[in-house]
Design a binder for this molecule. Structure first.
Ligand SMILES: NC(=O)c1ccc[n+]([C@@H]2O[C@H](COP(=O)([O-])OP(=O)(O)OC[C@H]3O[C@@H](n4cnc5c(N)ncnc54)[C@H](OP(=O)(O)O)[C@@H]3O)[C@@H](O)[C@H]2O)c1
Length: 316
């Protein structure tokens, strides 16, 4: 079968579309014929050797997909750690979900990572039950997870502040429901948050940059606020002085979908809510570009050069 192979560790140039043997499903797995694969920031990290738990190359790339369940012909979307950018994937049955009615294959492939991660960010923030008026700062609001977080925040009634490097991206996120755009190229986001909240700060920050931004995000909090840490897009280890948490009774929480996806009951509850919102037409993945699998390297470059708004998808 055809697949996008990480041939060695490196940048997008290490990806090659080639022939590999069809996978054999293990216990708890089944075969899915793949139609589309969602490209994630994590895929760029897996290719360069920076994603924990990824086997050594050669390895089939891709962690989310949509396609057809071989056993039943049902249209499904699914989550895995690698192997999704191929004509067939051996996927865990527990991590396959029906594609919502009316969604295209690329939309299905763009759903799992972004929407489960964004959902669990609100869960970790304690905002799923009561978030009316809660202030949430969403870093990279125009990215894959960011656009999902804005859609969910709108449903929950949150007051959202979102950062991006581009006014154009920010105006598109505003159309999704973001109330307070912050262009961090033009203004320090910590200063912007202080100005926009009368010096009070926000209840929650969704933080995926790493480095100095963890501490900076703590400084954006008001009393008893939480920073949900879920990425290191800068490539720098988080800087955190635990003492900075005392003053406001603040806390920092980690979130990793790779780990949470093994918790079946949590995933079931999340899907129950996400699928209901999707069926009501409240959620829809935002897709910037759909490229053929042979152009996987270009797709990775779009992410690395921060040119994507929402998601980039590969047609398999
Ligand atoms: N923990 C988890 O389970 C989990 C799950 C999914 C994603 N993540 C993490 O969440 C982050 C976003 O993922 P995604 O798939 O939504 O990515 P994405 O769509 O590519 O969004 C990344 C965006 O981050 C912004 N950014 C700011 N500083 C950056 C920097 N130094 N390098 C690269 N990007 C920078 C850019 O937007 P602007 O130009 O608009 O600022 C960029 O477009 C990544 O760090 C990813 O690893 C974690």
């Amino acid at each position: 079968m055809k697949a996008v192979v990480i041939t060695r560790l490196g940048g997008p140039e290490v990806l090659e579309a080639g022939d590999v043997p069809e996978p054999t499903p293990g216990p708890g797995e089944e075969l899915v014929r793949v139609e589309a694969g969602g490209v994630n920031f994590a895929d760029t990290m897996a290719a360069s050797g920076g994603y924990p738990g990824t086997p050594k190359p050669p390895l089939v790339a891709g962690r989310e997909f949509s396609g057809t369940r071989v056993s039943s012909g049902e249209r499904v979307m699914g989550y895995t750690q690698w192997g999704a950018f191929a004509e067939s994937v051996a996927a865990r049955s527990a991590l396959l979900w029906p594609v919502p009615m009316g969604w295209s294959a690329p939309e299905g492939a763009a759903f799992p990572v972004n929407f489960f991660t964004a959902y669990f960010a609100y869960w970790k923030a304690g905002l799923l039950e009561d978030s009316k008026g809660a202030r949430v700062l969403i870093h990279a609001a125009a990215g894959g997870v960011g656009t999902a977080a804005v859609q969910i925040g709108k449903l929950l009634g949150a007051e959202m502040y979102g950062t991006s490097s581009s006014d154009e991206k920010l105006s598109r996120v505003q159309k999704l429901g973001l109330q307070h755009p912050i262009n961090y190229k033009k203004q320090d986001y910590e200063v912007a948050i202080r100005d926009l909240t009368n010096g009070e700060g926000v209840d929650v920050v969704f933080e995926m940059l790493g480095g100095e931004h963890v501490l900076k995000s703590v400084r954006c909090l008001r009393d008893f606020g939480r920073v949900i840490v879920y990425g290191t897009a800068t490539g720098q280890r988080a800087v955190l002085d635990v003492g900075s948490l005392y003053a406001k009774g603040a806390s920092v929480h980690g979130l990793w979908l790779t780990y949470i996806s093994q918790k079946q009951e949590l995933m079931r509850q999340a899907w129950q809510q996400l699928s209901a919102w999707a069926a009501q037409g409240h959620l829809r993945p935002v897709i910037e570009a759909v490229l053929p699998m042979e152009k996987a390297a270009d797709a990775y470059r779009l992410l690395l050069e921060r040119k994507n708004f929402g998601k980039v998808v590969l047609k398999i």
